[in-house]
Design a protein around this ligand. Structure first.
Ligand code: NAD
Length: 257
């Protein structure tokens, strides 16, 4: 049964103030976990922590996942508070600017890679050290369907998400002898702030039209929800997925089928 499957477990969730992170935190809390919520947006983080504390008390840590000292800081806070990390949702990411490669600056590229790829690497590095010492743990890294296919106008994001899938495979191999599982989720179109912001980049004059056209291309006929992503991520972080590691899990309404 789903209820209580995280009883006594400690979970760290990055990008926890909104979207997938918030939905996963809510799911893990409802299933009994102690949750440490990490985000760089202090205001949204405080609001979400207050909202989720209605389910169970949450520890909120402001940190930018692209910064080495911030990552060391959220891992240290989780250990100070709870002494271990059993589940890690390594999820914070940004979309960056949509444009052809020929029109991108170094900064356009570096900004996205710093958060989406370096941030995932730093989180993996510090949390794997903790989990290796424990001899247990489960990690889910958030990639995207952009991690398995290209796009003519989204190259920094696509490159960063392909990188997340590569890092996940390496971490799964490294972690397996220590009883640690590492997986990637690869969502398609999911209705969050990020997806809505992308529709503005796709069609600034008619973002709602861009949203509806994208939804119509999905075989299931709609965007997914953050809660649907949370169901997959929480399952991967739970013991129910005990033989699942090193894999990329599309959740896209059959868009890439
Ligand atoms: P969102 O914008 O709703 O939430 C992202 C959260 O991450 C925000 O609270 C933001 O403040 C935080 N964040 C951003 N940069 C950060 C940083 N440097 N340090 C700490 N926190 C930071 O977006 P979302 O849709 O929930 O996206 C979550 C993840 O899912 C991202 O990695 C994104 O690339 C990926 N994704 C989203 C979709 C989609 O359709 N929404 C599809 C595929 C993949």
């Amino acid at each position: 049964m789903a209820e209580g499957r995280f009883d006594g477990r400690v979970a760290v969730v990055t990008g926890g103030a909104a979207g997938f992170g918030k939905a996963v935190a809510r799911r893990l809390l409802a299933d009994g976990a102690e949750v440490v919520l990490v985000d760089r947006d202090a205001e949204a983080l405080a609001a979400t922590a207050a909202e989720l504390t209605g389910v169970r008390p949450v520890r909120a840590v402001r940190a930018d996942v692209s910064q080495e000292a911030d990552v060391a800081g959220y891992v240290a806070e989780a250990l100070d508070a709870h002494g271990r990390i059993d589940a890690f949702f390594n999820n914070a990411g940004i979309e960056g600017r949509m444009a052809p490669i020929t029109e991108l600056s170094i900064d356009d590229f570096d900004r996205v890679v710093a958060v989406n790829l370096r941030g995932v690497f730093l989180g993996l590095r510090d949390v794997l050290r903790v989990m290796k010492a424990q001899g247990s743990g489960a990690i889910v890294n958030t990639a995207s369907m952009a991690g398995i296919r290209g796009s003519a106008t989204f190259s920094p994001y696509v490159a960063s998400k392909h990188g997340v899938i590569g890092l996940t495979r390496c971490a799964a191999l490294e972690g397996a002898p220590f009883g640690i599982r590492v997986n990637t989720i690869a969502p398609g179109h999911i209705d969050t702030r990020m997806a809505r912001d992308l529709t503005v980049q796709v069609d600034p004059d008619d973002p709602q039209g861009a949203y509806e056209r994208a939804a119509a291309r999905v075989p299931l006929g709609r965007y997914g929800t953050a809660e649907e992503v949370a169901n997959l991520a929480a399952w991967l972080l739970s013991d129910e997925a005990s033989y699942v590691s090193g894999a990329t899990h599309l959740i896209d309404g059959a868009l890439n089928a």
